[in-house]
Design a protein around this ligand. Structure first.
Ligand code: COA
Length: 339
């Protein structure tokens, strides 16, 4: 029996979570396909044609998940309205340690005081799960403003000798500041559609770093199905036609997955944002890094209608809508070393 619940759109005057800042941080070290061919039995042509990826950024042991999260959050907060951050929700599948969670340490390093701070794990859908959680904290008056962080060091997951999975992943972090506002405002997060199916947990799994197992073809099929369906549901719940969407903002799993998803939705290539060619699949960081880059390079402008969607291990998936607010450009932090 399906118990899937599609959220309803808030009415214009109703309270909503409103995006008021984005930022991102990427490691300084670039690993190109040519670098990989020196140590794996692969070619630039194979990687590009199957994944669209030309290079990725990799964190060394001196740049932890916590460091990347702090850098992305700092990058976001430096140009955001100076609101007191009242909670931190951090999505990651690759924390530096099992215990304690990453978010309290990040809040402490940011000097945010003794606010609630916690991690959640939802694979590459983590940012959308975190966004929904933050919206819930705001809706229930637990917090007036919430810092959401998506951070992953996915390059640590594959077996370094596995030519099929190593090329896919990169490291990075993205952050967004949400505040309490109304649904009529630009930046208001629309209805968030979320789902999971643990009966396919085996399709992407890693008992520990270096032990990733992935059934690539099955993952591909599920990713396209779930992202296109969730996108339709989120658009419909928001009262948008797919023709109204200025930019599809898909989790950057790989270029073929995002192209197939866009095609299913009837959204032309020119109306989807991408950066997978430069940074690979960065997991929970994927969507906020893409947004931070797009606002800075001008691909996204105030008033544009964005349809965000993601899919990941779990399986998990999600989608939501967002009308882009007027945010200042903020170049992504690529210095890559901890402060
Ligand atoms: N270089 C050269 N050849 C490679 C290779 C590489 N890096 N990786 C795999 N191959 C070979 C395989 O050995 C196989 O050879 P064979 O036919 O002689 O056995 C052939 O290419 C096809 O392998 P296969 O695994 O079937 O490739 P594929 O077409 O399914 O593509 C992926 C592999 C991983 C690119 C694809 O399955 C995919 O994109 N999956 C989704 C991955 C993803 O995005 N996961 C994260 C979701 S959040």
């Amino acid at each position: 029996m399906s118990t899937h619940h599609t959220p309803r759109a808030a009415r214009p005057g109703e309270q909503a979570a409103v995006l008021c800042g984005v930022g991102a941080a990427l490691p300084a070290t670039v690993v190109t396909n040519a670098d990989l061919t020196a140590r794996l039995d692969t070619t630039d042509q194979w990687i590009r044609s199957r994944t669209g990826i030309a290079q990725r950024r990799i964190a060394g042991s001196d740049l932890t998940t916590e460091d990347l999260a702090v850098r992305a959050a700092t990058n976001a907060l430096v140009r955001s309205p100076s609101l007191p951050v009242q909670a931190v929700v951090l999505a990651t599948t690759t924390p530096d340690r099992c215990c304690p969670a990453t978010a309290p340490a990040v809040a402490a390093r940011l000097g945010l005081g003794s606010i609630p701070a916690f991690d959640l794990a939802a694979g590459c859908t983590g940012f959308l799960y975190a966004l929904a959680t933050a919206a819930g904290l705001i809706a229930t008056a637990m917090a007036q403003s919430v810092l959401v962080i998506g951070v992953d060091r996915l390059a640590s997951l594959p077996d370094p000798t596995d030519r099929t999975t190593v090329p896919l992943f990169g490291d990075g972090a993205g952050a967004a500041l949400l505040r309490r506002g109304t649904a009529a405002e630009a930046g208001a997060v629309g209805p968030v559609v979320l789902g999971s199916d643990g009966s396919h947990a085996d399709l992407i799994r890693a008992a520990h770093p270096g032990a990733l197992h992935m059934e690539g073809a099955d993952v591909f099929r599920h990713a396209v199905d779930r992202m296109s369906t969730a996108s339709r549901q989120a658009a419909m719940a928001a009262g948008w036609a797919l023709d109204d969407v200025d930019h599809l903002v898909p989790h950057q799993a790989n270029a073929r997955i995002t192209s197939f998803t866009a095609r299913r939705l009837g959204i032309p290539e020119g109306r989807q944002l991408h950066n997978v060619e430069d940074i690979g699949n960065t997991g929970a960081a994927s969507i906020p890094v893409l947004l931070a880059q797009a606002v800075t390079d001008g691909r996204v402008a105030p008033g544009h209608r964005l349809l965000l969607t993601a899919f990941g291990a779990g399986l998990t998936w999600g989608a939501t809508t967002l009308t882009w607010p007027n945010l200042p450009a903020q170049p992504v932090d690529t210095k890559g070393m901890p402060s």
